[in-house]
Design a protein around this ligand. Structure first.
Ligand code: NAD
Ligand code: UGA
Length: 423
């Protein structure tokens, strides 16, 4: 099929590239012409493992709506939906895309718009009325995306399910044709109305965020009563009703989606006068998390952070991505700076232009003369650091491992003071 993606970010680019791999004729559009120029020269503007090997010259990259092929059958909207100050999702990019589509395809074009961006329940219905009011014949379906950054290719090829929200059987046929390779693999293909599909996306992200907030709360309790959070997570996770995933305690959930999506859902419950007690508790718990991590670091350093040199390992919101949007690492660095600490940070892929942060070329450089080493992102390479060497070059041998990724016994035997989370 001939399909177009509007927005070539983490979701649009991965989905476009993988749909091309499924055998469709794909055009990817982005109004960011720098991104498009990079893609035209086969350079990926994002870090996403395995994606490069699926990038082929068969995919057409364009930076203007006028170049959308006239025979496109489905148009995926994959633009951003960040938070507004009110907590609601900013839908201006979605509606701008719709306006541009009407403007360039004409009102008689009846292609299927598939909203893949995460949009609050009710948005697709609003979009449909909006198009109708402009006499556009464009049709609407939704197909929320569940890929994870850093695992996006694997997730796209092997999702737990595909969710589609549709208005009629004709639109469903288009989506079934697009996802034929996954349907053939017996990946569950769940069909619903538009608003239910939109809500499934928000409820999924919010439920996962709640799991993380819960395990972080248990970690705090474990630290006080002397229990071990990792054994606890293993013990409860073996119960298949709970499940073992998303039970890693750490510095709090971040990224471009969990924080904004749970906020948008909580805002919706408020607007609908529904008690959003659980959602709001999760938001509050996660907002407090970086502050709690600062207290942990400060306590490990004797109560004061002023003029302490802190080596922060990791800037990305999790390992496997260059994305620093709502990264706990960035939040923690800002709070450390407020307490007059000096920061030297290292990340193998991500970067930041935060004022006053020195970016080191290696973990060793970051640790040189440091009063504490704080691991915030769980990059695997941090497990394999030369700790014998690090022991020699640090001023104080204090390690605060906010991802519980290092072996506390080995480090203690080397003479480090080691602090994990929930132990
Ligand atoms: P992103 O910021 O990486 O990419 C969005 C792209 O859209 C940008 O390149 C931007 O230039 C482009 N854009 C904005 N307005 C445009 C317009 N009018 N026309 C054409 N291009 C335009 O965003 P993302 O992380 O890919 O997320 C996109 C959506 O998918 C969001 O709603 C997000 O919640 C959802 N989502 C993201 C992920 C993820 O892992 N990042 C996973 C599932 C769902
Ligand atoms: C998340 C969801 O997992 C995807 O299904 C969804 O499509 C995506 O959001 C989205 O809607 O954008 P992602 O943000 O890439 O994917 O990252 P996750 O792997 O889910 O991690 C999110 C945050 O939770 C990270 O900060 C991570 O460190 C944290 N986390 C995750 C924990 O603290 N503990 C865990 O056990 C798991």
């Amino acid at each position: 099929m001939n399909i177009t993606f509007i927005g070539t970010g983490y979701v649009g680019l991965v989905s476009g590239v993988m749909m091309s791999y499924f055998g469709h004729n794909v055009t990817c559009l982005d109004t960011n012409s720098t991104k498009i120029a990079q893609l035209k020269s086969s350079t990926l503007p994002i870090y996403e493992p395995e994606l490069e090997k699926y990038l082929t010259p068969a995919i057409k990259f364009i930076d203007h709506y006028r170049d959308i092929p006239s025979d496109t059958e489905a148009i995926f909207i994959t633009v951003g939906t960040p938070s507004l100050p009110s907590g609601q999702a900013d839908l201006s990019y979605v509606f701008a895309a719709a306006d541009n589509l009407i403007g360039h395809l004409g009102t008689s074009n009846d292609s299927l718009i598939v909203v893949k961006s995460t949009v609050p329940p009710g948005t697709c219905n609003k979009l449909q009325s909006y198009l109708a009011a402009k006499n556009s014949k464009l049709k609407i379906a939704t197909n929320p995306e569940f890929l994870r950054e850093g695992m996006a290719v694997k997730d796209f090829l092997n999702p737990d399910r595909v969710i589609v929200g549709i208005n009629n059987r004709e639109d469903l046929k288009i989506l079934e044709a697009l996802y034929k390779p996954l349907i053939k693999k017996n990946i569950p293909f769940v069909v619903s109305d538009l608003i239910t599909a939109e809500t499934i996306k928000y409820a999924s992200n919010s439920f996962l965020a709640a799991k993380i907030a819960f395990i972080n709360e248990m970690a705090d309790l474990c630290e006080i009563i002397g229990a071990d959070i990792e054994k606890l997570a293993y013990g409860i996770g073996l119960d298949h009703r709970i499940g073992k995933d998303f039970l890693k305690a750490g510095p709090g959930f971040g990224g471009s989606c969990f924080p904004k999506d749970i906020l948008a859902l909580a805002t919706l419950t408020k607007d609908c006068k529904v008690d959003g007690l659980i959602l709001n508790a999760v938001i509050t718990a996660n907002e407090r998390r970086p502050g709690n991590m600062i207290n942990k670091i400060s306590t490990a350093l004797g109560g004061s952070l002023a003029n302490k040199k802190i080596a922060v390992l990791g800037l990305a919101f999790k390992a496997g991505t260059d994305d620093v949007r709502s990264s706990p690492a960035i939040e923690i660095i800002k709070l450390l700076q407020e307490r007059q600490a000096n920061i030297v940070a290292y990340d193998p892929i991500a970067t930041t232009d935060l004022t006053g942060v020195m970016i080191a070329d290696s973990p060793i450089e970051a640790c040189n003369g440091a009063d504490a080493l704080v691991i915030v992102t769980e990059w695997q390479e941090f497990e394999r650091l030369d700790f014998e060497h690090i022991h020699k070059i640090m001023k104080n041998r204090v390690i605060i491992d906010l991802r519980n990724m290092l072996d506390s016994r080995v480090l203690a035997a080397m003479g480090f003071e080691y602090y994990g989370v929930g132990k």
